[in-house]
Design a protein around this ligand. Structure first.
Ligand code: PGA
Length: 246
């Protein structure tokens, strides 16, 4: 049985005091929760938030990471620096990174392998643009991003990977995928994992949905067989109201 994994992506929101206050509230709200939880504040708030989440059932996530361990990469943040702060999970391949900042599957794969080699967990985001969906390419896009994102990742390291299916047209738009449409892609991605790593790995991997998931639409999504949680920016990632099922 897979555990529900609810993760908050706070994007470029919140000052340090605001992030600390929300993290402290979530620690209280979720302390008896039965799921797996993560919050990913901005880089600037990670250190302060790490002191709040340390020793709790909320994992500390980063929203991105450099392709390189160290070096002359002005403005980038390395895996070693994230580990220094106590980061446990890193979100990679978010559509805002792919489409605003031009990250390629090759770059994302390099980050995925680097993070895993340092023992971090990874949330690998995949998802199609509206135009790609309209052209009937949603599956092909998700397949390519999944296969390329995971290239060279061992079966053992796959245990530290979560996939987040985030249709780009649903992110921050209020347009949520129907549970049926989302489930179809989740099942499709799980089949790709089965093809790459075998049935057992496919049965174990957590596949989150992301894209305007919120309290009034999460029940239908989370009830689907292959939807194992959410990557949520909406509502500044207050996961508590998202647990009608638990
Ligand atoms: P949203 O964002 O919940 O605001 O749509 C999800 C995400 O970007 O991960």
């Amino acid at each position: 049985m897979r555990t529900y994994f609810i993760a908050g992506n706070w994007k470029m929101h919140k000052t340090i005091p605001e992030a600390v206050a929300l993290a402290a509230e979530l620690v209280k709200e979720l302390k008896n929760g039965s799921g797996k939880y993560m919050i990913a504040p901005s880089f600037t708030a990670l250190d302060a938030v790490s002191k709040v989440t340390k020793g709790t059932n909320i994992l500390l996530g980063a929203q991105n990471m450099s392709t390189d361990e160290a070096g002359a990469h002005t403005g980038e943040v390395s895996v070693l620096q994230l580990k220094d702060i106590g980061v446990q999970v890193v979100i990679l391949g978010h559509s805002e990174r792919r489409h605003i900042y031009g990250e390629t599957d090759e770059m994302i794969n390099k980050k995925v392998r680097l993070a895993l080699s340092h023992g971090l967990e990874v949330i690998l985001c995949v998802g199609e643009l509206l135009s790609e969906r309209e052209e009937g390419k949603a599956e092909a896009v998700c397949e390519e991003q999944t296969r390329k994102g995971l290239a060279g990742v061992s079966a053992d390291d796959l245990k530290k990977v979560t996939i987040a299916y985030e249709p780009v047209w649903a992110i921050g738009t209020g347009k949520v995928a129907t549970p049926e449409d989302a489930e179809a892609i989740h099942a499709f991605i799980r089949n790709i994992i089965a093809d790459m790593y075998g049935k057992q790995a496919a049965g174990e991997i957590i596949i989150q949905y992301g894209g305007s998931m919120k309290a009034d639409n999460c029940a239908g999504l989370l009830a689907k067989e292959d939807i194992d949680g959410g990557l949520i920016g909406e509502l500044l990632s207050r996961p508590k109201p998202l647990f009608p099922l638990h």
